[in-house]
Design a protein around this ligand. Structure first.
Ligand code: NAD
Length: 427
């Protein structure tokens, strides 16, 4: 798929391809877009060669279990979003994956997919080997024991998880890069040039964490923040939008990788700018979503059918929005939305929305921006989480769109925890 790169500032040249950077992923970006995905595992890339030859010349413990291709991706965090993203790297990108997650089941799922790909008949005798999935116990092990890894993708719930994964002194990503460096310089003779590893954090986390992390990533390694929009359906379809922060060279290097998992990548600025854009986006979504629910509930109290109001009035007038067209809270309004069958099953869990609004408030305080609506919206989504707990449901499985039920009474009046909508699905 061609990476659709969008604008950053006046230069409409997002993720422009630098000719001076020799990153393995970047060489893929120079090829015609349709080849970008296949080029990810190309053994002729200079950086990939370096990684692969260091693997065979060192006493790497990876020899029997490491992923097979010269370039492979370490993927950390295989949850609702990470698993479908990694599946796309495997199926569409033909990338070898070194999987790291706390749960066995997602890793097993990826491995089953790799086995299914391997079982397909070869189209030509010279066809490349099918991609492989191996598990690593920690992010450090993924880098230290698998020298072919030239990119790390992380998809973790919150800042504290990302901090652990990148910065844990013993087991983190930075410790893995350092272990690689030591392995190279300790192999006798002049140390071979280090190949660059691309670090790509797709989680929604604090921009200041990302900026501080960037200052600790040693050259020639590169870091981008690339949080996503589009939810689990877009993750499955490989149609995510990425909001990218990092140096021009790092963003260009990330472009082919992002093109496998998404349909659009927008460079927003330097490190942390992607996360800031994502937090701003979700603040706008949270406020606009709750506002639409409030308006629907008002109309309903006045006797106007909420289904008609959402589908036939708002969607065709100045209240039109993504909310009413793609994600209406009214059961029966939008097929495929969590509200459609009245279930409100996440989707985008209410606690993640609360976390994103807390990030917005943190950020607003940091930069002195007024944020009265962020505070009000956070209180509303906190009520969705509290209501889930009260009825013994797992809040992570309750979609944020249930704010319509838990705060506004599902348009039927009342509010404050009552209303219909999926009690049985959540239990
Ligand atoms: P999730 O909770 O489903 O998955 C997180 C995964 O990370 C889990 O599999 C967990 O085991 C793993 N994990 C946690 N700590 C770890 C560690 N130290 N080492 C290894 N693995 C670890 O979350 P999700 O819904 O996939 O969301 C991930 C991120 O994407 C969040 O920041 C969220 O805000 C953002 N996001 C989610 C959606 C959505 O629709 N779900 C949409 C856009 C953005």
């Amino acid at each position: 798929m061609a990476p659709r790169l969008a604008a950053h500032g006046a230069r409409r040249a997002l993720l422009a391809v630098s000719t001076t950077c020799a990153h393995p992923w970047l060489a893929a970006a120079r090829r015609p877009p349709s080849l970008a995905a296949r080029a990810l595992s190309c053994p002729s890339e200079p950086g990939a060669r370096a990684a692969s030859s260091s693997s065979s010349s060192s006493s790497s413990p990876a020899s029997s279990s490491s992923a097979s291709a010269a370039t492979s991706v370490a993927f950390v965090g295989l949850g609702n979003m990470g698993l479908p993203m990694a599946l796309n790297l495997l199926r569409k990108g033909r990338c070898d994956i070194v999987a790291v997650d706390l749960s066995d089941s997602s890793v097993a799922r990826l491995q089953a997919e790799a086995a299914a790909l391997a079982a397909l008949p070869q189209t030509t005798p010279a066809a490349p080997a099918p991609p492989r999935v191996v598990r690593a116990s920690t992010p450090r092990a993924a880098l230290e024991e698998h020298p072919g890894v030239s990119a790390v993708v992380t998809m973790l719930p919150a800042t504290r998880h990302a901090r652990d994964v990148y910065e844990d002194e013993r087991d983190g990503v930075l410790a893995g890069l350092e272990a690689r460096r030591r392995r190279r310089s300790g192999s006798g003779g002049p140390p071979p040039a280090q190949s660059s590893v691309l670090l790509c954090d797709c989680s929604t986390v604090s921009p200041s964490f990302s900026r501080a992390l960037a200052a600790r990533v040693p050259p020639p390694h590169l870091l981008v923040d690339a949080p996503v929009s589009g939810g689990t359906p877009a993750a499955r379809a490989g149609a995510l939008t990425f909001m990218v922060g990092g140096s021009a060279a790092a963003c260009a290097a990330a472009s082919p990788l992002l093109a496998i998992m998404g349909s659009r990548a927008v460079r927003c600025g330097g490190n942390g700018a992607g996360h800031a854009a994502k937090v701003a986006n979700n603040l706008a979504l949270a406020v606009q979503y709750a506002g639409t629910c409030e308006a629907l509930a008002l109309g309903a109290r006045c006797g106007v059918d909420p289904l008609l109001l959402s589908r036939d009035v708002f969607a065709a007038s100045s209240a039109d929005s993504w909310t009413v067209r793609a994600y209406s809270p009214v059961p029966g309004a939008v097929p495929g939305s969590p509200a459609y069958d009245g279930g409100y099953v996440a989707g985008f869990g209410a606690p993640l929305m609360v976390k994103d609004l807390a990030l917005a408030l943190e950020l607003a305080e940091e930069v002195g921006a007024p944020a009265p609506l962020a505070r009000a919206a956070r209180a509303l989504y906190e009520r969705v989480v509290a209501a889930a707990r009260e009825r013994g449901a797992d809040p992570r499985r309750v979609d944020f769109s249930r704010v319509y039920v838990d705060v506004y009474g599902g348009g039927g009046g009342g509010g404050g925890g009552g209303g219909g909508g999926g009690e049985t699905r959540h239990g």
